[in-house]
Design a protein around this ligand. Sequence first.
Ligand code: MG
Length: 396
Amino acid sequence: MFNPDKRLIPAQPPKAGFAAGPSKLDAIRSVTLSLAYLPLARPISDAKVLTGRQKPLTQVAFLFCEITTEAGHSGLGFSYSKRAGGPGLYAHACEIADNLIGEDPNDNARLWDKLCWAGASVGRSGIATQAIAAMDICLWDLKAKRAGLPLSKLLGAHRDSVACYNTSGGFLSSSVEEIRDAIDHSLASGIGGIKIKVGQPDPMVDIRRLDAITTHLDGRVPLMVDANQQWDRTTALRFGRLVEPLNLEWIEEPLDAYDAEGHAALARELATPIATGEMLASAEEHMALIRADAVDFIQPDAPRVGGITPFMRICTQAEAKRMRLAPHFAMEIHVHLAAAYAHEPWVEHFDWLAPLFNEELEIKDGRMIVPGRPGLGCSLTGQARDWTVETKSFGG
Ligand SMILES: [Mg+2]
């Protein structure tokens, strides 16, 4: 019990951990941030558009980060935003980037914390963490390049290729005929799974499209569906029961992204695996899913959760729960992170980002080959530079 006669011992805050000590191996010389817009060939719609919540997607904003060090090493990282958010990511990153100048680039975890504290007033999720993500991913790319290793090998790989599926042909803005053609094209190019969008205002429209597509696919590769959070719990359960005989690989985002309890109930009720997590914007938000046993497949997105440092923390927890991993989007980063995950994962193939990078990812026999080049194995094209609308350098 508290005794007012006793003198209180003042709390001693930890002194270590806010600056690199004598083990400092290198120093960050410059940080360059760029905001670029990748135009899409045609407007894209998922269920969020058909329910009136969003407009069709016409472009993707990218925050690129390039870092150089005194010892002559360099890295490239990126974060992104669909629809609103690109200028916000860039502005927040510009406000905090000079905290990296002079720091040891090897101290990834400490630097993540330092950047987070620099912007702590605006929270530890969303734009704040996604601005940090570009810098964090850049520092991991730099570390792997310094080691002369692909990022997957630096992290500790389980495999040198990852099963990959394709989404980009299965949007609700595509007709059944267009989806059939896209499936044929995907399978011919070596893709190992197909995902199509569902979640229309009338679920029976989804069922009729799904029936036509499963007939066409005829079990050649696994099939996934993605409702983009547009069902309530009852609709999700009814739909899930209706499609149980199809042996889908998973049902993705059947419910609101933050409804961990609802996903957990659905996962218990259905034999079809449940997947979600792409919209969550921090490691802590993923912990809510993991604690609730809400998913069979967890779907973190490294740029969205704040980079590779928080992504690996999510993986540690998810591995312990024997969850499988299917990261969202950004295959250029996620092929490495999935290769380092314990339980057989999937990686999502999107060809949208191809114009941004000089290197192509190889697909063979249903799997994406992890690049053997050091780091992420990506460099920016002249086209990516041409699409850059703002750039700012720090240090140097
Ligand atoms: Mg999705």
